[in-house]
Design a protein around this ligand. Structure first.
Ligand code: PEP
Ligand code: MG
Length: 578
């Protein structure tokens, strides 16, 4: 009988296939305590399972080639690092030796302790890292019970399947996709998880948080994953299948149409060239940016290097990461944003001040970097050294006044002199730009322009500060409005000032990748957009259908609107006219 379940959309699209249930992370363990004479044998048992899990990850990494190796390698490395984490290993040994727990029970207890720490985190990105713990412990547990690897092999050999599980490890996701997996349904999980990011870049429909999935779906049930509506339909009816076929036809047509735009220039109907850059956090974004014909990377969020691991990444590690991004972009410009920690992005290394009353108004972005000149200089040195492998630009987040840009420039000068003295090769010039995301920087943009080679407007933050509405607070969704006339005026002011100064200005907040806002941004004079690479073709498509001259003529009256409705009406009328 037809049954419909709902969940959150982690990756869009639709898929029809047979369900394959995998329950690796439901831990049933023997809780009877060990006798003293069993302890040492249990320790050996535990360490053999840890070794098997390490070996499995090592083999998985060896099997990945080309783009997949780059995209998934980072995740596998993160899991391998967890397996070598001294605190975790010490804790496990102690539970077996001192607490007389069996290996399985010790693993479960450690898992529960760590899960509680992640659950308590406010940042949704960090919170979702709790999934990694489950997946790593699940792998060790499977090795201990020697059962799940047989299950995985069974799954890996089949095509046409929808994976139904609690959460899926990124490495498994890559493995299964290579074997014909069509879609994923998670009973738990988060749209911020690495697996969700991967699913989006593999174009694999994925729903998470489908609460009853594991009880309502059986192996081999026919299921339709609807990543457009956020539904899973078990035993779909003829009507459901009809809808799926319509979607398939439309998706194929749309895909073919958009694919033709991948390497076309971005040009409006009246022939004005615009530039589309990609926002990137990891290597998969670089691959996607190249495939979709981005003009470069407009925002590389370097803090993700700092968030992914416990300690601070050193100069050498950063140099390699930045160099690889530059190599990946094959000479196109790459804009590396310096560390933007603070507010909702707390690092594990402890740079960020904990317990600030208003962290979004606290020591974040360049304010934090300038408090740690050694850490900051290591990053600047790494960027400068990487600069000889392509075209790199430095972007400074959370700038409030020109003095901060002057301070950064002086640190870059110093780093350059030191590197030259130490015999490093260096790029001849490197452009340094300011992010405009603080209202004071936007209003006083002329003085910031004097100290900047280019600007990037961060509307995610600028909107929250102009509108005094927390970007992460769902309850303020109505207030957090990119079409608010005050925000429009601020954007218009910044873009015009940069144009008058003859300096490039781009916009890299989420609205740059939303085709709905494209006409407004073009009207305000924006020529450079930076967005998630997955949005590039849709935005290029939208921009190619706009008339630049007509929209630019609208700018003076648009910034004089008093209400959001008036803004919308003006845009609608103008678009209907042409
Ligand atoms: C922004 O604030 O618009 C931006 C691009 O930066 P982030 O989202 O990383 O704060
Ligand atoms: Mg920002």
């Amino acid at each position: 009988m037809r049954r419909q379940l709902t969940g959150a959309i982690a990756a869009p699209g639709m898929a029809l296939g047979r369900a394959r249930l995998v329950q690796p992370n439901i831990f049933h363990v023997d809780t009877t305590p060990l006798r003293s004479d069993e302890v040492e044998a249990e320790i050996v048992h535990l360490h053999m399972a840890l070794d098997t899990a390490r070996q499995e990850l090592h083999e998985l990494r060896g099997k990945l080639h080309g783009a997949l190796a780059r995209e998934v390698g980072d995740f596998i490395d993160a899991h391998s690092l967890l397996l070598d984490d001294q605190e975790l290993l010490r804790g496990l040994d102690e539970l077996v030796r001192v607490g007389h727990y069996r290996a399985g029970a010790a693993l479960k207890l450690q898992r529960d302790r760590l899960a509680a720490v992640f659950d308590a985190m406010n940042d949704p990105y960090l919170k979702s890292r709790g999934e990694d713990i489950d997946q790593v412990i699940g792998r060790v547990m499977a090795a201990l019970q020697q059962q799940a690897s047989a299950e995985e092999r069974k799954l890996a050999s089949r095509v046409g399947e929808i994976l139904v599980s609690d959460t899926v490890a990124p490495a498994d996701m890559a493995n299964y996709t290579g074997h014909g997996l069509l879609g994923v349904v998670g009973s738990a999980g988060s749209v911020y998880s690495h697996s969700a990011i991967l699913a989006r870049s593999f174009n694999l429909p994925m729903l998470v948080g489908v609460r009853d999935a594991l009880s309502a779906i059986n192996d081999d049930d026919l299921v339709l994953v609807d990543g457009e509506k956020g539904e899973v339909i078990v035993h779909p009816t003829a009507q459901d299948l009809q809808r799926y076929r319509t979607w398939q036809r439309e998706a194929a047509n749309e895909g073919r149409r958009l694919a033709r735009l991948a390497h076309a220039p971005t040009k409006t109907r009246d022939g004005v060239h615009l530039r589309l850059f990609a926002n990137a956090e990891q290597s998969s974004d670089i691959a996607q940016a190249r495939n979709r014909g981005a003009d470069g990377i407009g925002l590389y969020r370097s803090e993700f290097l700092f968030l992914r691991q416990r300690g601070l990444p050193g100069e050498e590690e950063q140099f390699i990461a930045y160099r690889d991004v530059l190599l990946g972009m094959g000479g196109l410009p790459v804009t590396i944003r310096t560390l933007d920690l603070g507010a909702d992005k707390a690092d594990a290394a402890g740079l960020v001040i904990r317990g600030e009353d208003n962290p979004a108004l606290g020591v974040r972005g360049v304010r934090l970097s300038l408090r740690y000149p050694d850490v900051f200089s290591a990053q600047l040195r790494a960027i400068l050294r990487a600069g000889v492998y392509g075209t790199v630009r430095i972007l400074v987040p959370m700038v409030t006044h020109a003095g901060e840009m002057a301070a950064v420039r002086s640190l870059v000068r110093q780093a350059r002199e030191d590197l030259r003295r130490q015999g490093h090769e260096l790029p001849e010039r490197i452009d340094i730009g300011a992010m405009i995301e603080v209202p004071a920087a936007a209003i006083g943009v002329r003085s910031i322009l004097e100290k900047s080679d280019f600007l990037a407007i961060g509307t995610n933050d600028l909107a929250q500060y102009v509108l005094a509405a927390d970007r992460n607070n769902d309850a303020l969704g109505d207030l957090y409005d990119p079409l608010h006339p005050a925000l429009l005026r601020v954007l218009g002011h910044v873009i015009s000032a940069a144009r008058r100064a003859g300096k490039p200005v781009s916009l890299c907040g989420e609205i740059a990748g939303d085709p709905i806002y494209a006409p407004m941004l073009v009207a305000l004079g924006l020529c450079e957009f930076s967005m998630h690479p997955g949005q590039l073709l849709r935005v290029r498509d939208k921009l190619s259908n706009l008339d630049h001259g007509m929209l630019r003529a609208l700018a003076p009256s648009l910034v004089r609107c008093y209400t959001r409705d008036a803004v919308e009406e003006q845009l609608r009328e103008a678009l209907e006219r042409h």
